[in-house]
Design a protein around this ligand. Structure first.
Ligand SMILES: Nc1ncnc2c1ncn2[C@@H]1O[C@H](COP(=O)(O)OP(=O)(O)OP(=O)(O)O)[C@@H](O)[C@H]1O
Length: 761
């Protein structure tokens, strides 16, 4: 059959499938309208029913039962409507592009042709017109080359002969491109997709998942999956596809609320928010590390990662570096644990509970309760026992005081309203019993703050305890004097209700081990994107906080913008060391898809060991370095010219600076004929057009054009390769770097063949 005929035949099939989808849509819309009508009717009825006379007790009970029943009916009906709506969304996606792949297989002499798309579609005669990309058999589309291939089924692996693999690009029901391939997924369609414009939201990659990415998406055996991937290698895409995959395969016992993604910042959270809905799935929960800490330290302002970065830029002496390295290590977390468990080392830091200005339970009394418990008892159990004892003692005090004259005098003075309120409908045989009861009630109310203090652990001084712990530690290369100064700095900050980020993880861990709180057992899967931004201590704490969760960690050691890791250590091994008793699987992704070949080649040359990174063959313009003299007028003219040139070709131009302060300064000086947006950590979405932001906020994002501003020797030293690499790899199509005065040594050291320098006079 000629290629043209073949294409016609395939188009006819697409037309047929689309017609079936449309037919189903009509049915579904009918059902949806009915369901909607039904919900309204029940709600209306529910409203009327609640207006039933509720003054008679019997009536009220009856109304209650009826209301409960109505509520349940509304809930069922809404649920039904939601299911129908999800199905409609899925059909809308399929109508536009029903599938992207076809495989012809032969099994036991029988030939079968399967089409693969974002979700399953079965016609009225029970024909599988489309297979979901996550169905077991679909894996051969992503994994197999022609010949014998095997795939997993519920009854074990099955082998079939893969005879044909065909890819499609279908838009609005029309085949735009199709061809047969022997590769996993051929380059041609990928080129076409990657050559497109950036968009406000990340797109799903389901049609073009690559083999290595597929391994990440479909892994179900590892407890901890660690992926080191070059910039633009599809780590974030793989996480999101993996979530969709896991949800599909565990529908009965897993839902999106049991999954949580730690994402780098709010802009990123918004950027990825459409991927799962586009696959017909609900979004998982998302949190940034800063938010996570903020939620756990009520009343204390924990320094954010961004604030710390800005502070480090101003001042970060060697001793402070050594101290931070130590506090961010796994060894430090282990030291926290042994300290918490050691009765010899620990001085439990309790404080007295006061009531109306006087000591109620003294510090010594609380300490004595704690220390009177068996030595080998776990610290968390000791803590709970201490709390229980305090509560028992409080109850005893209440019992003893109930019949005291002053309490009973108070009962006499109660207003009739308070009297009724405290009595709350109770009836007693005698006045004496009633007075006794009221006395007790009064005391419970009076001592409510003591209950609260016990319940909320106010008698435990966590900060003092942590300071004691710090006193037991030392760091090689840091003098006792410097260590003591650090401790006093910690105490000063606590007095101001603030905390350095370095102390957040160990402090929380100490609290949890001592008090037995802080763990969330409901989360089944936890994902961390940009894992290189987390210290090992932070990873250790996150693991502790979600003990039941399987973990997927992805990142790029070369984008260690915040300097969280020691350049000398083996990054993957260091991360794996946080999970000593788990099944850990390590995967590397070396191919970079985001940027043109020229940009990737340029970016990897910035790194001392970037050779392993492979660029995807999508040709584009060479990156340009503009070497401007130190003259504000010339710099702004060049910048303006570059922006306008870029806007001629693309929608979005991101001007990236090293710090927020630099972004603000530039924003104040730059005027264009088009709006400019200055972004900060508070922003939630990325506007189109010209934007200015610091590199660390651009993490995980991508833009058509990137202009690196002030890539000069004074701003980027040789130690800043990670930052510049991250900057360069945000660009999809065009990259310009503007140096002011002397260019950064990172640029002047580039191999001659990259030849990108333009000197501006
Ligand atoms: N298999 C694929 N098919 C189509 N597009 C892909 C594929 N893999 C990656 N991409 C595209 O490449 C770009 C980079 O992907 P992604 O953001 O997932 O990479 P990353 O490794 O998380 O990057 P970074 O570490 O730089 O943030 C995105 O535009 C994504 O859609």
């Amino acid at each position: 059959m000629t290629e043209k005929n073949e294409r016609q035949k395939e188009q006819q099939r697409v037309d047929h499938v689309v017609a079936q989808i449309k037919k189903r849509q009509v049915d579904l819309n009918d059902q949806l309208a009915k369901a909607h009508h039904e919900t309204r009717a029940i709600e209306q009825n529910y409203g009327d029913n609640t207006r039933v006379n509720t003054t008679e007790v019997d009536d009220r009970m009856e109304t209650n039962a009826a209301v409960q029943q109505q509520k349940q009916m509304v809930a069922n009906s809404v649920e039904n409507e939601t299911i129908l709506k999800t199905q409609t969304q899925r059909l809308d996606e399929l109508e536009n592009s029903p599938y992207f792949g076809r495989v012809d297989i032969k099994e036991d002499g029988e030939q079968e042709t399967l089409y693969i798309g974002t979700s399953t579609f079965i016609d009225d005669e029970n024909h599988f017109l489309i297979y979901d990309w996550r169905a077991p058999i679909s894996s051969i589309y992503y994994n197999g080359t022609l010949g014998q291939v095997s795939y997993d089924t519920p009854t074990g692996p099955t082998t079939v002969a893969l005879e044909k693999k065909r890819q499609f690009l279908i838009q609005h029901g029309q085949i735009e491109n199709m061809f047969d391939t022997n590769e996993t997924v051929g380059d041609e369609i990928l080129q076409q997709i990657l050559g497109g414009e950036s968009s406000e939201y990340m797109q799903n990659i389901v049609a073009t998942i690559q083999k290595e990415q597929n391994d990440i998406i479909r892994d179900t055996s590892a407890d901890v999956l660690i992926v080191q991937g070059a910039a633009g290698s599809g780590k974030t895409s793989a996480i999101l596809q993996r979530i969709a995959y896991l949800l599909y395969h565990s529908r009965s016992h897993l839902n999106a609320e049991q999954m949580i993604l730690f994402s780098p910042n709010r802009l990123f959270s918004n950027y990825i928010s459409e991927v799962l809905p586009s696959l017909g799935e609900k979004n998982m929960r998302q949190v940034t590390l800063d938010e996570f800490f903020r939620q756990r330290f009520s009343g204390l302002k924990v320094e954010s990662r961004f604030e710390r970065f800005e502070r480090d830029q101003r001042h970060f002496p060697k001793t402070a570096r050594l101290i931070r390295r130590s506090k961010e290590s796994v060894a430090f977390m282990e030291a926290v644990r042994s300290y918490a468990k050691s009765t010899a080392l620990r001085k439990p830091a309790f404080s007295s509970i006061y009531f109306e200005g006087a000591v109620f339970f003294s510090k010594d009394e609380i300490t004595a309760i704690y220390q009177g418990l068996p030595e080998r008892m776990l610290p968390a159990d000791k803590f709970i026992q201490t709390k229980n004892t305090l509560i028992r003692r409080l109850k005893q005090i209440i019992r003893e005081q109930t019949d005291d004259d002053d309490v009973q005098d108070e009962v006499d003075l109660l207003s009739s309203e308070d009297y009724e309120r405290l009595l709350n409908g109770h009836e007693f045989e005698s006045a004496a019993h009633e007075r006794h009861y009221l006395g007790r009630k009064l005391l419970y109310e009076r001592y409510e703050p003591i209950y609260a203090a016990i319940y909320n652990d106010y008698f435990f001084d966590l900060y003092q305890e942590y300071d004691h712990f710090l006193a037991t530690q030392s760091v090689a290369g840091v003098s006792q004097q410097a260590w003591d100064a650090m401790r006093s700095g910690f105490r000063d900050l606590i007095n101001k209700h603030r905390l350095d980020l370095d102390d957040a993880a160990p402090l929380l861990y100490l609290r949890d081990v001592l008090t037995g709180g802080g763990q969330n057992h409901a989360i089944q899967f936890l994902f961390i994107d940009e894992m290189q931004d987390y210290s090992l201590a932070q990873l250790h704490y996150v693991h502790h906080a979600f003990p039941k969760a399987k973990l997927t960690l992805l990142g790029d050691r070369q984008q260690d913008v915040f300097g969280a890791h020691d350049a000398q250590t083996d990054f993957m091994a260091a991360i794996a060391s946080v999970f000593p008793h788990k099944r850990v699987r390590l995967i590397n992704l070396n191919k970079s898809y985001r940027s043109t070949q020229e940009i990737t080649d340029f970016a990897k040359a910035l790194l001392p060991d970037g050779d392993a990174i492979q660029s995807f063959t999508r040709p584009g313009a060479k990156p340009v370095v503009l070497d401007c003299p130190n003259d504000d007028k010339i710099v702004l003219t060049e910048l303006t010219r570059t922006v306008y040139q870029a806007l001629d070709q693309h929608h979005t131009v991101a001007i990236l600076t090293k710090t927020q302060a630099a972004a603000e300064q530039l924003f104040a000086r730059l005027t264009l004929d088009t709006p400019i947006h200055l972004l900060s950590a508070a922003n939630r979405s990325i506007p189109e057009g010209v934007i200015i932001l610091p590199i660390y906020l651009a993490k995980g994002l991508e833009f058509d054009t990137v202009i690196g501003y002030d890539i000069s020797a004074g701003t980027y030293g040789t130690q800043d390769a990670d930052l510049l690499y991250t900057l360069a790899t945000r660009a999809m199509h065009l990259l310009t770097l503007i140096a002011i005065g002397t260019p950064s040594p990172l640029l002047t050291d580039l191999p001659a063949d990259l030849d990108t320098l333009k000197v501006i006079e």
